[in-house]
Ligand binder design. Structure first.
Ligand code: G1P
Ligand code: ZN
Length: 545
């Protein structure tokens, strides 16, 4: 085998964030940059045995194909003898998790920067997932980072690029490379979880119309197979279903701002009954009813309250989990059902241990992510199928489902305000300013709101007792309202401040209020506490969801 040992030097900026290593494409295009990080992943993993499988795929963004060729050659040079690659280089993040579990792979490498824009001036990313199908835990990502600070050499096989567009097997020296159809595999898997007959009947009735916006990202082919081919949705159901390297110039994040065309359709005249969208790598989802936005936190709560109706979940819930900033709507459902609700730091990796230990069946984040124990990532199309299944079984529109839910459990008005690309030092100063006040604030009154407690969230994993500190500043008020501040761990430029606002409303007469107006007193309190305008020099958030 013609393996080259290539001399390199460490890059000082290869510390993985909330979700792998994310940088501008141009940074990844520097000589040795991608190679260093990938070699450090291989050096940190156990030496592959003959039968160990590695899976490689990405969300199709610019640089995906080149990166796959490089990683493949490095993987063979590092001893992998069986490598699976997504057809055309594509594998959505949830499909990757499902494939790792299906093929019992040792590890998967995902090329994606999730919902960040793509193209030559956009973002790129590398994330690696472990044998359980989930993102590598912090212990491992730290070890990879340490390795990146010392690396001197990487290994690369000298061979031609392979054809990513033809399904089947290729032999490179002793290594077997398979190009696999993850769309069919993923769709087969979904058929076991949901009542496809019921959903098919819903579409067949002709009285139900939906729109799904794939945002020119990876879910296009999956949605086509599932919604149109297997479930019989109308031909005009899919928007932006062809994956493009720059996501059609858009920002593939399924929220009210970036998926605004879909939102306008759902809030316009002759709106369809149901709307949904997914992000760059297919793990996020947005759910819309006619003239209604379902917050991801509410979506999680509705799922928890209804999951036992679905074929894949007949035994009900073992427990649920939500990330700390996610609204407490699901806590109320868990309480009513008598199951445990875990509060974890932001990032899907913290759900992995709870899922593996069968402590939870369902989990979610306010950032448009829901998922279950079927895999170890959040899953966009899974959430869409969940809602379709629910609508089909209950014979109710989204609005009715939400209203009944709120009547039973109360409504958690919820919003997140993001201040993007602010000066990093200024953002740190804002957090320090808040941290310095933590001790003195409890008991203070802010208008109608009395502060009960505040802290810097620290999580002890109940399974392996690992401790994760500084996971966001929480301000809890006597009436159950909350304000949370944290800095994003996924950005690639400056810092992003996230302010999470939540207010609980038990009175059904007050369940149709405007969210931002309802939260306005808390928005003012957040400004008072953090002096956001002063530190960020911004009058308004850049994104409100
Ligand atoms: C963001 C979200 C977080 C999610 C992550 C990956 O991270 O807030 O919930 O797990 O993207 O999709 P952040 O930028 O806030 O660190
Ligand atoms: Zn994503």
């Amino acid at each position: 085998m013609n393996i080259r040992y290539i001399a390199t030097h460490p890059f000082s900026d290869q510390k993985p964030g909330t979700s792998g290593l994310r940088k501008k494409v141009r940074i990844f295009q520097q000589p040795h940059y991608l190679e260093n990080f990938v070699q450090c992943i291989f050096d940190t993993l156990p030496e592959p045995a003959q039968e160990d499988i590695l899976i490689i795929g990405g969300d199709g963004r610019y640089h995906n194909r080149q990166a796959i060729q490089t990683i493949l050659k490095m993987a063979v040079a590092n001893g992998f003898r069986h490598i699976l690659i997504g057809w055309h280089g594509l594998i959505s993040t949830p499909a990757m998790s499902a494939q790792i579990r299906k093929y019992r792979a040792l590890c998967g490498i995902i090329l994606s920067a999730s919902h960040n824009p793509g193209g030559p001036d956009g973002d790129f990313g590398v994330k690696f997932n472990m044998a359980n199908g989930g993102p590598a835990p912090e212990k491992l990502t730290h070890a990879v980072y340490e390795a990146t600070c010392a690396i001197q050499e990487y290994r690369l096989l000298e061979c031609d690029d392979i054809d990513l567009d033809t399904l089947g097997e290729i032999q490179i020296n002793e290594a077997r490379i398979e190009i696999i159809d993850t769309v069919t595999n993923y769709a087969d898997f979904m058929e076991h979880l949901f009542d496809f007959d019921a959903i098919r009947a819903l579409f067949k009735s002709g009285r139900f119309h939906m729109l799904f916006d794939a945002m020119h990202a990876v879910t296009g082919p999956y949605a086509k197979e599932l919604l149109q081919r297997r479930l019989g949705a109308a031909a005009d159901t899919l928007l932006n279903a062809i994956p493009e390297e720059d996501f059609g110039g858009g920002h593939p994040d399924p929220n009210l701002v970036h998926a605004h065309k879909l939102v306008e359709r759902l809030f316009g005249a002759n709106a369809p009954d149901f709307g949904a969208a997914s992000d760059g790598d297919g793990d996020r989802n947005m759910i819309l009813g006619r003239h209604l936005f379902v917050t991801p936190s509410d979506s999680l709560a509705v799922m928890a309250a209804n999951i036992h109706h679905l074929p894949g979940y007949r035994s009900g819930l073992a427990g649920v989990a939500r990330s700390m900033p996610t609204s407490q709507a699901v806590d109320r459902v868990a309480e009513a059902l008598g199951v445990e609700c875990y509060e974890t730091p932001t990032g899907w990796k913290f759900f992995g241990n709870l899922l593996d230990a069968h402590k939870i069946t369902l989990c979610g984040e306010e950032s448009f992510g829901n998922g279950s124990d079927h895999i170890r990532e959040k899953d966009g199309l899974w959430a869409v199928l969940f809602w379709l299944n629910l609508i089909a079984l209950r014979h109710q529109p989204v609005r009715k489902i939400m209203h009944e839910h709120w009547r039973r459990f109360g409504r958690h008005y919820y919003s997140r305000h993001d201040y993007e690309e602010v000066d990093s030092a200024a953002a740190e100063s804002l957090m320090t300013h808040l941290r310095d006040q933590l001790e003195n604030l409890p008991g203070r009154r802010f208008g109608d709101y009395q502060l009960r407690s505040c802290d810097d969230f620290c999580y002890t994993d109940p399974i392996d007792n690992s401790i994760s500190e500084h996971q966001g500043l929480r301000f809890l008020f006597e009436d159950g309202s909350r304000i949370v501040f944290r800095l994003s761990g996924t950005g690639t430029r400056g810092a992003t401040l996230r302010v999470y606002l939540e207010r609980y409303e038990p009175d059904p007469e007050k369940h149709e209020l405007d969210t931002q107006k309802t939260l306005n007193p808390l928005i003012q309190i957040a400004e008072n506490l953090a002096r956001i305008q002063h530190f960020t020099a911004r009058e308004n958030p850049s994104v409100i969801t």
